[in-house]
Ligand binder design. Structure first.
Ligand code: AMP
Ligand code: GLY
Length: 423
């Protein structure tokens, strides 16, 4: 069969790599893809938001399955466009992707269906929000309602910061129309865990757990980024936590979406905080995480194409997900200066060192082919990933492999997975 993947980051590279393992797949396209993806799939120069052109391409090339990796096209309704043309597609429809697209929607859903999350209020005007903050407890969390590249969340230590934050989001519109509404949320503390799960509208099958590192610098200092590295599984995600989440969070979320007339088919990403009062939902995403996919997919033993089809056909109850009893760590190699100012266009050396090395992967995020060479083309450049028998071995393997590649201004955190020493 022929598969089209929509997206261009490390997550999509991991998806293309995993799909390529399926004996059922003979050809993979990726739109628009990147330099590394181009070595495994045929990159198609169509943007992820060009829904009609993508559907035309799928139709003309008899694509049997389209898999959408990114949030923007899902929230924008790409799945509805494909379905209207009877083109098989994996991902939630627009009316379900709102689970990620609007934080006000997701908070209201959790409140209505008693799914554990931080207490909150939603505001339509800066004046009302600031009035509420006059008597609030600090720290407090401000969240722009809509999609903001993972940057629309401000943690405010005191009233002054919170007042300034309301201005940034609602009046200065730093995150554009995502800031038309504001969610003000109780500040939670605890370990963060990401759990990605397949859904067919009724049944939910969680994958193995992972943990991301969102801040740019060691020790969780510096600015928020798209993600600087991940490990899987999380040693803090115990069987007890898993049982709680299945009963009070995962299935209730799928049931709630179905009850609202918004059946969710695709991947729900649960961003969880393990608090003293038990696990709570920090956020939902409507897709695989990036760079969570890079550490979860190498541990998955199923043919992922079978699982995608079960989600589309509503037969996920007949699928049992299997993950290897090992561990995986991904260290992101970024361009120095990311997430603020950084240069692009530097040649990348040493990628050939990964050839033939079992259990080592280099997933490309911001690379492109130029005159027969691969050069940097983004802030996050590569996700150097390694398996190991346990987390410590995987971490040591991944850091060893970061030395195999080089480019000017290469930067990575040195403490990805350090938390496992505290487990
Ligand atoms: P989000 O985009 O909602 O995942 O938020 C980004 C990051 O902000 C999360 O990964 C957390 O580290 C932090 N965060 C979000 N909500 C809260 C909260 N209610 N309390 C404490 N930290 C939070
Ligand atoms: N790694 C966080 C995300 O994909 O949103």
């Amino acid at each position: 069969m022929k598969v089209l993947v929509v997206g261009s980051g490390g997550r999509e590279h991991a998806l293309v790599w995993k799909i390529a393992q399926s004996p059922r797949v003979e050809k993979i396209y990726c739109a628009p893809g990147n330099g590394g993806i181009g070595q495994m799939a045929e990159c198609v120069p169509i943007g992820a938001m060009e829904f009609d052109r993508l559907a035309d391409f799928a139709q003309e090339n008899q694509v049997d399955l389209t898999v959408v990796g990114m949030d923007d096209p899902l929230v924008g309704g790409i799945v509805d466009v494909f379905e209207a043309r009877h083109l098989p597609v994996f991902g939630p429809r627009k009316n379900a992707a709102i689970l990620e697209g609007s934080k006000a929607f997701s908070k209201e859903l959790m409140k209505k269906y008693h799914i554990p999350t931080a207490g909150y209020e939603t505001f339509e005007s800066a004046e009302e929000a600031q009035k509420y903050l006059e008597t609030a407890r600090f720290p407090i969390v401000l969240k722009a309602d809509g999609l903001a590249l993972g940057k629309g969340v401000l943690i405010c230590m005191n009233k002054e910061e919170a007042m300034a934050g309301v201005k940034t989001i609602m009046l200065d519109k730093q995150f554009g129309s995502a800031g038309n509404r504001l969610v003000v949320e109780e500040f939670l503390t605890g370990r963060e865990v990401s759990v990605l799960s397949f859904c067919d509208g009724k049944t939910i099958r969680p994958m193995t757990s992972a943990q991301d590192h969102k801040r740019a610098k060691d020790g969780d200092q510096g600015l928020n980024t798209g993600g600087m590295g991940t490990f899987s599984p999380s040693p803090f995600y115990t069987e007890e936590v898993d049982a709680f989440c299945k009963k009070y969070i995962y299935q209730p979320t799928v049931d709630a979406m179905a009850a609202e007339g918004r059946p969710f088919q695709g991947v729900i990403f649960f961003g969880l905080m393990l608090t003293d009062q038990g696990p709570k939902v920090l956020e939902y995403n409507a897709r695989f995480g990036d760079p969570e996919a890079q550490v979860v997919l190498p541990r998955m033993e199923n043919d992922i194409v079978d699982v995608f089809e079960a989600c589309i056909q509503g037969t996920l109850d007949q699928v049992e997900l299997k993950f290897a009893d090992n561990a995986c760590v991904c260290v992101v190699l970024a361009s120095g200066g990311y997430p603020e100012h950084y240069a692009k266009g530097y040649e990348i050396h040493g990628l050939e060192n990964f050839a033939g090395k079992d259990g080592y992967y280099v997933f490309h995020a911001g690379t492109k082919a130029e005159n027969g060479k691969l050069v940097t083309s983004g802030g996050r450049v590569l996700g150097v990933t390694a398996l190991g028998k346990d987390l410590r071995e995987a971490r040591s393997n991944a850091y060893e492999a970061t030395k195999w590649v080089d480019f000017t201004d290469k930067y990575c955190r040195s403490d990805i997975g350090k938390a496992i020493d505290e487990a």
